[in-house]
Design a protein around this ligand. Structure first.
Ligand code: G6P
Ligand code: ZN
Length: 542
């Protein structure tokens, strides 16, 4: 019943920031997904008799690869496979299920915020027993294995019924189909004051959550509408679709424009939020205000003690390097350690496992805590709701008070998408060459005090990660960061991160583009963005 299939290896299975992401057409090549999954199994040790969790964000090709993964897990010695009904598990829910059921690890099928459908993107990611994305040492080993793999093992059997909760067997391997929502919703109920949030909503507080036809729909309906009493329709685009309704399930001003329009309209609700394809990202809006992800991290950290799960305070705060330093100011004020890591949630794993930090966040709309080992969109929404229920003030008032206490880090990210890869590499290489000459220079009215290529030394396992982004630091706490995205699937994406700090007694009421105008001009000057990329303006501003 177990078949060993001889194959020649694929040369392009290098995991990026968050697993292997490719067009569906690439994954549809015969043996392609199988080779990558077998490469994962081949570098793991001791999975005999263990449990594997499998689920994904429901995008096109999800169900097929769930079936493949089940058959391969059975052929590779797993005793049990836990699958979310319908092949569904949001990324944070998968992380929780891995932890809760003591699984050996999990295979999460998602390309996150990238579009889905037969001509769009798919992805496979391995998470370890702590519930978090495999560290680089493992993803490097998977890649190395994928280049020389010559066979994979698969059980020859029909499809397992993944649409009905219950147990079945593939050979000796038990396949357990579980409710993808219940465990996660219970976890949230244990962290937050649901009674207080319910009372807030019952008192007329209005919210709008845009699930973007992606995986958070069923989670948000269960938690926000059923358990917290938000009126039906508070969750919009709640039904997950294989192509996300033809949209990019990426919660930003461009792709979640309808939500932004709603929140800036005259009759806006009190609170708006959205999540992405696999449910790990979030954006937060109040009536007439967008809270940048960097600010949201800082504001959540400053107020987390208002939620029961964090009433004892935080161990520390971590942010990715391109994320604004707003959270550092909160950590300093609270006397907490803070950490600056490379982009990618996996870098928070060691800090969380070691108990050094409780809350982490990234500018790329990711926030989360030690409750799982992934960023968690609905968790951020619920922590905000808990804070709003405790403080009984508007989002705008909370933001304003935050800036009056800590100062304001004006922030924006400019993305130049699908540019020529050689041009992008050239731009970064030229910046690298210039680094040593920049400190001491003035660009407009900005004085450069330091410039480097960010490197991270992990204080827990001692590993080093180099070339994680070019940083140019200016006097007064302003900064420009240049990085190439690690998650794109065509060409290169240049990200330019712009940050300007205004102290608490400075100007806190600029419009962001005005506050950043000098930095935007400086970024183009230093990196020759327009001439090197041929682009006059960014494709997306977040
Ligand atoms: C994924 C990762 C994040 C990361 C983001 C942006 O969502 O999980 O940790 O911040 O991608 O990555 P990129 O390399 O595209 O800037
Ligand atoms: Zn995601």
């Amino acid at each position: 019943m177990i078949r060993t299939v001889a194959v020649s290896p694929f040369s392009d299975q290098k995991p990026g920031t968050s697993g292997l992401r490719k067009k569906v057409s690439v994954f549809r090549q015969p043996h392609y997904a199988e080779c990558f999954i077998q490469s994962i199994f081949d570098v793991l040790e001791g999975m005999d008799g263990q449990t594997l969790v499998v689920g994904g964000d429901g995008r096109f090709w999800n169900r097929e690869v769930v079936q493949t993964t089940i058959r391969m897990a059975a052929a590779n010695g797993f005793a049990r496979v836990i699958v979310g009904r319908g092949g569904i598990l949001s990324t944070p829910a998968a992380s929780h299920v891995i932890r809760k059921y003591g699984a050996f690890g999990g295979i999460i099928l998602s390309a996150s915020h990238n579009p889905g459908g037969p001509d769009e993107d798919f992805g496979i990611k391995y998470n370890a027993s702590n519930g978090g994305p495999a560290p680089e040492r493992i993803t490097d080993a998977i890649y190395a294995r994928s280049r020389i793999i010559d066979s994979y093992r698969i059980y020859e059997t029909g499809d397992v019924d993944i649409d009905v909760i219950g147990d079945s067997f593939v050979g000796a391997t038990k396949v357990q189909v579980i409710d993808p929502v219940a465990d996660y919703a219970d976890l949230m109920e244990g962290l937050f004051d649901f009674a207080a949030i319910r009372a807030l909503i019952a008192g007329g507080f209005r919210l709008s959550f845009d699930a973007m036809h992606a995986v958070t729909g069923p989670y948000a309906v269960e938690i926000l509408e059923r358990r917290l009493g938000a009126p039906a329709g508070s969750v919009v685009n709640a039904v997950p679709l294989p192509d996300f309704g033809g949209h990019h399930p990426d919660p930003n001003m461009v792709h979640a424009k309808a939500l932004f329009d709603r929140m800036f309209a005259a009759d806006a609700p009190d609170f708006g939020a959205a999540s992405d394809g696999d449910g790990d990202r979030n954006i937060i809006l109040g009536r007439g205000i967008f809270v940048t992800p960097s600010d949201s991290l800082a504001m959540l950290a400053a107020n987390a003690h208002l939620a029961p799960g964090y009433a004892d305070g935080l161990a520390g705060i971590a942010r990715s390097m391109p994320t604004s330093a707003a959270a550092d100011r909160v950590a300093d004020a609270l006397g907490l350690p803070h950490y600056e890591t490379p982009t990618g949630w996996k870098f928070f794993g060691n800090l969380l496992d070691a108990g050094r930090v409780t809350i982490c966040g990234e500018e790329s709309a990711g926030t989360g805590s030690s409750h799982v080992r992934e960023k968690d969109g609905l968790w951020a929404v619920l922590l905000w709701l808990n804070i709003l229920a405790a403080r009984r003030e508007s989002v705008a008032a909370i933001a304003r008070q935050h800036w009056l206490r800590f100062g304001r880090n004006y922030y924006a990210r400019h993305d130049y998408e699908a540019i020529d890869s050689a041009a992008a590499e050239g731009l970064i290489a030229a910046l690298r060459e210039k680094l040593a000459t920049l400190p001491g220079n003035r660009i407009g009215d900005l004085a450069v005090i330091a410039a480097d290529d960010f490197a991270y030394h992990d204080p827990v396992d001692g590993s080093d990660s180099r070339h994680q982004g070019i940083r140019i630091l200016f006097e007064g706490g302003s900064r420009i960061v240049f990085r190439l995205s690690g998650t794109g699937t065509s060409g290169a994406t240049l990200r330019v991160y712009l940050e300007r700090y205004e102290p608490a007694d400075g100007r806190l009421d600029y419009e962001t583009p005005a506050a950043l105008a000098g930095l935007i001009a400086a970024a183009d000057g230093i990196a020759e963005i327009r001439s090197r990329t041929g682009r006059q303006r960014p494709d997306v501003i977040t």
